[in-house]
Design a protein around this ligand. Structure first.
Ligand code: COA
Length: 379
């Protein structure tokens, strides 16, 4: 066998670790500080709301009163799924993972959008609005169809957070739950060049349409090393089963070299600021809803992972017990991530289109070379 021909003599950054693939001004991570458009996540989470964050991510600055009012009105008007689309979506199988359903449903939504093939900035902003207004409607529709219940129409006078909980359960949500959920939406809205945003940008870089880019992102988010981790965290806590078993469970899991879901991060090495906010929410909510052991087990794992492995929790770790306490089914946790992150994906897609060059890296060839084709009878 001939020697492999080297096309590149530098180091290969497996998983593109440390590679800067583009410039961005949407969100930034420096050590433990996450900023959206220059504002810290702590500041935004304490003072803003998800609708305002969408505006911020798409426009680069906070809206004034009339801009926010106009934007909220447009979002509300966009909270509408065509009846014939709902009819088709209701026929999709629901015995799949909801992320698989959501990926298909988002793709179908693109087929119903008259502006899908219009790649002008104006049309892409309209579509960003529709995608963000409707992602939660799709997730709620999935849950309702799976339960054999009818679709709950949103209340256009209410926020995305309020409506998501309302459409999911068919009853008006409690205002504390809405506030907590709105904060969760803010915390998950964007995160620099994460795997799903990068997938969206790669697809957009071929000048494909925004729906195709968002569908790529949903596919990337689904994986357990990315958004799928929040679902795995609650399954892990349920497998552990109680405070009396948590220590031995963790010892065995680490001895078996298992990855502990919700820990570690490619970029944050000194802690994820979103996990700190979510940890406080988890402590409060698990106590209020009568299952404090979910927080206690989480806290134990957090302390022990930090002490023994130097690994800290990421955004998915405490969000799991928060969503669990809100009574949300486990397999809907990752779709919730998409309900929020679609705002960040759209911001990244708009940014990519505005300063585009197709992503086309190289792969270092390590297979055989110089082979000669053999007719099938001679093999
Ligand atoms: N549990 C146990 N060990 C972990 C770990 C975890 N959650 N995360 C990282 N490690 C260990 C790895 O085993 C590896 O150890 P080694 O060098 O001895 O082989 C080291 O830490 C580096 O991890 P690696 O997987 O190479 O880091 P990465 O940057 O490629 O991956 C994640 C980052 C987030 C994918 C990874 O930490 C992970 O899989 N976490 C669990 C899934 C998760 O929570 N995902 C949500 C991310 S927001």
């Amino acid at each position: 066998m001939a020697e492999a021909v080297k096309i590149y003599d530098g180091a290969i950054n497996k998983g593109l670790e440390g590679v800067v693939a583009c410039t961005t001004s949407i969100s930034s991570i420096v050590d433990t500080t996450l900023c959206y458009r220059g504002y810290t996540i702590e500041d935004i989470a304490a003072n803003s709301n998800f609708e305002e964050v969408c505006w911020l991510l798409w426009n680069g600055q906070l809206p004034n009163k009339s801009e926010l009012e106009g934007f909220k009105k447009n979002l509300k008007n966009a909270m509408h799924l065509p009846a014939d689309l709902v009819e088709q979506l209701a026929k999709l199988p629901t015995n799949t993972h909801p992320m698989a359903w959501l990926r298909t449903a988002t793709s179908m939504m693109g087929m119903w959008d008259k502006e899908t093939e219009d790649n002008s900035e104006e049309a892409n902003r309209h579509k960003s609005l529709r995608l963000t207004a409707r992602m939660g409607m799709l997730v709620a529709l999935f849950k309702r169809v799976r339960e054999g219940k009818s679709f709950v129409q949103p209340n256009p006078d209410k926020s995305i957070a309020w409506n998501f909980l309302y459409m999911l359960n068919g009853i008006e949500p409690d205002s504390e739950m809405v506030d907590i959920f709105d904060t969760c939406l803010i915390l998950h809205a964007d995160h620099e060049l994460n795997c799903s945003a990068f997938s969206a940008r790669v697809t957009a870089s071929s000048l494909s349409d925004i729906y195709s880019a968002v569908v790529s992102a949903i596919g990337a988010l689904k994986g357990p090393l990315h958004g799928g981790a929040n679902e795995q965290v609650i399954l892990m806590l349920q497998e552990i089963g109680g405070m009396d078993k948590v220590d031995s469970w963790l010892t065995d899991a680490l001895a078996e070299k298992k990855k502990i879901m919700g820990f570690g991060h490619r970029v944050y090495k000194n802690g994820d600021p979103r996990a700190k906010i979510l940890s406080q929410m988890s402590e409060r909510l698990t106590k209020k809803m009568g299952h404090p052991e979910y927080y206690q087990m989480s806290k134990y794992l957090d302390d022990k992972m930090q002490a023994d492995k130097g690994l800290l929790p990421n955004v998915d770790f405490y969000s799991a017990s928060v969503y669990f306490s809100m009574g949300i089914p486990t397999d809907i946790f990752t779709p919730i991530f998409a309900v929020s992150r679609v705002s960040g994906w759209c911001a990244h897609i708009l940014e990519q289109y505005s300063n585009n060059r197709i992503y086309r890296p190289r792969g270092e060839w390590v297979g055989p070379t110089g082979l000669k084709y053999k007719p099938i009878d001679a093999r």
